[in-house]
Design a protein. Structure first.
Lengths: 77, 967
């Protein structure tokens, strides 16, 4: 997926980050990562990870942290 | 002695009319009736006591869903030690009372009364539509009336005119005995107060509205008066046309989430009328204009009767056999997966189909497609309820029964319009309001519930669309800052850490009503008043609808509602709770049955290996451990070219989902679209395979309503195309090489019970025995669970969630200065595919745009003008209705007619957690125009072409015209 589809995913993850709250940014990012792992389809996760690999310039700081956290969660299996 | 204690335990036969309503007093009174000893709750009438003892007292004006009236005098009895002949319907039992219901004097008295009635009643029994189903006729027989000594020469009502204005029933005043049952039914059962007795004495007559035709009055055609009428005065036109039905089957309505029980009254396999079933636990014998009358679509000529296929959507349809259609579908699905991968196909389950059918579709997807790309229309309505309630209370469902509202002291309704969208429950709510409960409505519009006749205290919080979370936070702020919390509940039942974090957050000054007044538009003192009205009473109950969920913060708002209920201890008993009002008949069921891509049946996550193990063992297949695509993700993936085939059962995504042009683009990107539906709906126009669906009248199964009540759906006629929907899914699975061999939906339910911990005790046998079951039904709750969370939550302690208000990005701008919100009306249902094909269209034949007088004046707009409505994604044209139900700056429309294009305007903005679309907030501009929009012109062209393609396959020309009654 590219273009519009990817744009939509970036918008979605940023919206989740804006609405998820934690005591610290790290905690918030953790929650966002858990949310993505729990509710997003495999293909969507793979795309957002690839986007982050490419720089992920439109990801907000929490989203960026969350996507990295997601990568760790998935690597840990 | 006969003892009648709790009437719930000693449930009388629902087909027997006991004359007056039950009394629930725990104190019992013993008396004798015709020498028979009986003990009944204090307050019970002599008539009801007699009926419970098996003694029938003649009656005309009494019926047990209405309070006694004492006007016909036919039920007179004698009571030892009392003078005269008291009416047994209005006389309460007393300790030691000795009642005589039959003797020579009473017989003479009753004969005289009947003689007077009959002296002003047409004697055309043999040709009367009520012949054989007439209480007047029965009573004449019962009292032994043999002659009428008074002639018909004097003044009489025999030439009184018939009002035929209502499409479903007629009012023949010449047959009226002025018993007032219709008037009282309209007041007590429906709560509309449309009927009255005009005139006095001999001139008394039943009048609708201000003595108008029924159609011109405020009558909502619920049918309560027709059901109450003891003669043929108020009579279904279908019975007038076809005669009295000969057998009946109890089943469940397929319209809204109330899930009313009906008796489908039949002649052979022809449905004559639907009569609300008095034994129905959701509706107790009441109905609305949809369930009661709008069933003609089932036999409409537009029904798809043969499977059809085509290679491209630019080709006419070809009628084929079931075998060929299924083989074609299976081949195309396999080819698509071979070319684009396992995850390139998916399916959508239907919230209109049965639990068993929904279960089977998601099983087909997970087991035969081999992925989790399953979703359902709850995505676009109540998915935030699932997320929000599961996070806070631990279960994705409402907490109460409908009857619980009768114990509520304050009813808080947020973003719901029960009198239109859940009419039978709306009537029950109104009954409670007439008993004095306080009503608080948080809604941008002044909904009709606020106009409840004889209701008590009513507060309206007219908030701006999109500011729900700000409002709920400010309500909670008042509760906490004014010390209105239920500390004992919070300490005993809720997680303390999360509670403290929430409390600190909510107490912040920025969450006060004063600080948020500028955001919500609701005056701070009104918010404070409402918060006190909810929190200070013993029982506060919250009811909410899509006005809560269909927002970018829908999930946050659901959690905010749960927080408020927990903070005030309004959870875990009758009269309180958090109650989502579900839109479609089986939205609750489709969610329960594992329609969502991340959850197997019973809300069990696909990533949980223990859960998967059990399903894999039962289904004998390896399951994917990752969630699949949700509906909006499927559309995005289709446009991106990675998602290529879709199986849609009983849902019209092309009309109901937001941003129609985006949906159309997605559907046209598919290589294979399989639609299973009863009509050529909007989605089917983009399909390659059209499989005929069956209506609720044509199949067996169960629906689960908004109170988690599982009700039986029973087949009353054969499916028009020969297959119930679950059979089609089963055929498709077999053709794909995944064996399914069910011979009856009860076997599917047995499998559901095996795999779903909250359904362990559910079976068709138990449903027969109990009538209905509210899940959870398992070892801990063998008879089901009317009230949830009485002792603890499924997650142990209740979880307070911090609910930060994050405004939507969809906001009014200079270019789009108005906010559009969408909704429903009483006579039409959802996309209208069913109701548009009935006479219900006489009430609503087009979607209109409601606009406040000041916004209209500013734009030089008048009532009836054509209005162009534009948003950042699309443009459509609707006719104008000027309405002060709206607040300035807010416009409103419905989406019942496809050509209206209401969803051409709504955007892809959605709930952050669930992608539930933000139907309730779209920034728009409105201006006067003279012609349809470009989209509408394209729609009309495409629509005409697709109808031609259907016709050329040998089908009749489709129209939206209603079927002739009863044909």
């Amino acid at each position: 997926m590219s273009g519009q589809g990817l744009e939509q995913l970036v918008k979605m993850v940023n919206q989740i980050s804006a609405n998820m709250h934690g005591a610290t940014d790290e905690q918030a990012a953790d929650k966002v990562a858990t949310h993505l792992q729990k509710f997003w389809a495999r293909s969507m996760k793979e795309q957002i990870l690839a986007y982050a690999d490419d720089g992920g310039e439109d990801l907000t700081p929490i989203s960026r942290q969350a996507v990295e956290r997601l990568r760790e969660v998935r690597a840990a299996g | 002695m006969l003892n009648y204690y709790d009437p719930r335990q000693h449930r009388p036969d629902p087909n027997q009319d006991l004359g007056t309503p039950a009394r629930l007093s725990e104190k019992h009174v013993a008396l004798t009736i015709d020498g028979l000893e009986i003990s009944v709750p204090e307050g019970t009438s002599v008539m009801r006591a007699a009926a419970l003892a098996g003694i029938t007292v003649p009656k005309l004006c009494a019926t047990d869903n209405l309070e006694a009236f004492g006007s016909c005098r036919l039920c007179a009895v004698q009571i030892e030690g009392r003078r005269g002949y008291p009416a047994s319907c209005t006389t309460p039992v007393a300790e030691g009372m000795a009642v005589t219901t039959q003797n020579g004097k009473l017989a003479k008295l009753r004969r005289n009364i009947m003689e007077l009635y009959i002296s002003d009643h047409p004697l055309d029994c043999l040709t009367c539509p009520a012949n054989g189903d007439c209480e007047l006729q029965d009573m004449a027989g019962a009292v032994g009336l043999r002659e009428v000594r008074y002639g018909f020469e004097g003044a009489n009502h025999l030439d009184a005119p018939t009002d035929d204005s209502n499409p479903y029933f007629s009012f023949d005043a010449s047959k009226c005995i002025v018993c007032s049952r219709c008037v009282r039914a309209c007041e007590e059962v429906q709560g509309t107060f449309a009927l009255t007795i005009d005139g006095r004495g001999f001139d008394s007559k039943v009048a609708a509205g201000q003595d108008e035709d029924f159609m011109d009055s405020e009558c909502v055609s619920c049918g309560a008066c027709v059901q109450a009428c003891p003669t043929s005065t108020l009579m279904e036109k279908s019975v007038i046309d076809q005669g009295v039905p000969e057998h009946s089957v109890v089943t469940t309505c397929a319209y809204c989430g109330v899930g009313c029980s009906f008796k489908a009254e039949m002649k052979g396999d022809q449905l004559v009328r639907m009569v609300p079933y008095r034994g129905g636990d959701a509706n107790h014998g009441h109905s609305c204009v949809k369930g009661r009358f709008a069933f003609g679509y089932a036999t409409h000529k537009d029904r798809i009767k043969t499977p059809m296929i085509r290679d491209s959507i630019n080709e006419p349809w070809r009628e084929v056999s079931w075998e060929e259609a299924i083989a074609f579908s299976a081949r195309r699905l396999k080819e698509t997966q071979a070319k684009y991968g396992r995850e390139s196909i998916g399916g959508i389950t239907s919230s209109r189909c049965t639990n068993e059918e929904t279960y089977l579709v998601q099983k087909l997807i997970r087991a035969a497609f081999g992925n989790n790309n399953t979703d359902t229309c709850a995505r676009v309505c109540h998915s935030p309820t699932g997320f929000g309630l599961k996070t806070t209370l631990g279960e994705s469902a409402g907490t109460q029964t409908f009857d619980s509202v009768m114990k509520a002291d304050t009813i808080l309704v947020i973003g719901a319009n029960p009198t239109d969208a859940h009419p039978v429950f709306g009537s029950q709510m109104r009954r409670r309001l007439r008993e004095g409960a306080t009503l608080i409505v948080a809604d941008p519009r002044r909904i009709d519930l606020l106009k409840t006749p004889h209701g008590g205290r009513m507060l309206h919080l007219p908030l701006r669309p999109g500011t729900n979370v700000a409002l709920i936070n400010s309500l909670a702020h008042v509760v906490v800052s004014e010390g209105l919390e239920d500390q004992a509940f919070i300490e005993a039942r809720c997680e303390s850490g999360a509670y403290r974090a929430w409390r600190d957050f909510i107490l912040e000054e920025r969450n006060s009503p004063e600080a948020l007044e500028a955001v919500t538009g609701v005056a701070a003192d009104k918010v404070r008043e409402a918060a006190r009205a909810y929190a200070e009473v013993h029982n506060g109950a919250i009811y909410y609808g899509l006005g809560v969920t269909e927002h970018s913060q829908g999930s946050t708002m659901v959690m905010g509602i749960a927080n408020l209920a927990m903070a005030t201890g309004n959870i875990g008993r009758e009269g309180v709770g958090v109650n989502p009002l579900r839109g479609q008949n089986n939205v609750q069921g489709s969610c329960d049955m594992g329609s969502f891509p991340h959850e197997l049946p019973g809300y069990q996550h696909v990533a949980d290996p223990a859960v998967r193990d059990r399903f894999e063992a039962a289904w004998k297949v390896k399951l994917d451990d990752e969630p699949g695509l949700r509906i909006p993700n499927m559309f995005d993936a289709a446009i991106a070219g990675t998602f290529k085939a879709l199986y849609v059962q009983g849902e019209d995504i092309a009309q109901s989902d937001p941003n129609t042009q985006h949906v159309q683009a997605a559907l046209t990107s598919l290589d294979c679209l399989i639609v299973q539906d009863i009509f050529l709906n909007e989605t089917a126009k983009y399909a390659h395979v059209l499989l005929p669906g069956s209506t609720f009248l044509e199949k067996n199964g169960t629906f689960t309503n908004a109170e988690r009540r599982i009700n039986r759906v029973r087949k009353v006629m054969p499916p028009v195309a020969g297959k119930e929907d679950w059979e089609v899914t089963q055929d498709l699975a077999n053709a794909l090489g995944y064996p399914m061999n069910y011979s009856h939906p009860s076997e599917i339910m047995d499998e559901i019970a095996l795999l779903t911990p909250t359904f362990t005790g559910v079976s068709y046998a138990k449903l027969e025995e109990q009538g209905s079951i509210q899940w959870p039904c398992n070892e801990q709750h063998p008879d089901g669970t009317p009230t949830m969370h009485e002792v603890d939550f499924p997650i142990g302690k209740g979880h307070f969630a911090v609910t930060e208000y994050v405004p939507t990005e969809e906001r009014a701008t200079r270019r789009f200065p108005l906010l559009l919100t969408t909704g429903r009306i009483l006579s039409q249902y959802n996309v209208g595919a069913q109701t548009r094909r009935t006479a219900n269209s006489q009430w609503h034949d087009e979607d209109v745009l409601e606009i406040h007088p000041s916004d209209a004046e500013l734009r030089g707009i008048r009532e009836g003008d054509w209005l162009g409505v534009s948003s950042r994604v699309g443009h459509t044209v609707l006719r104008c209705r000027i309405s002060d139900r709206m607040q300035p700056g807010v416009v409103y429309t419905t989406f019942h007619h496809p050509g209206s294009g209401a969803n051409v305007i709504t955007t892809d903005s959605s709930d952050w957690a669930t992608n539930c679309p933000e139907y309730k907030v779209t920034a728009v501009q409105v201006e006067k125009v003279s012609q349809p929009s470009e989209w509408q012109k394209r729609f009309e062209h495409f629509d005409r072409r697709q109808r031609d393609y259907l016709e050329s396959a040998g089908n009749e020309r489709t129209t939206d015209e209603p079927a002739p009654m009863g044909k």
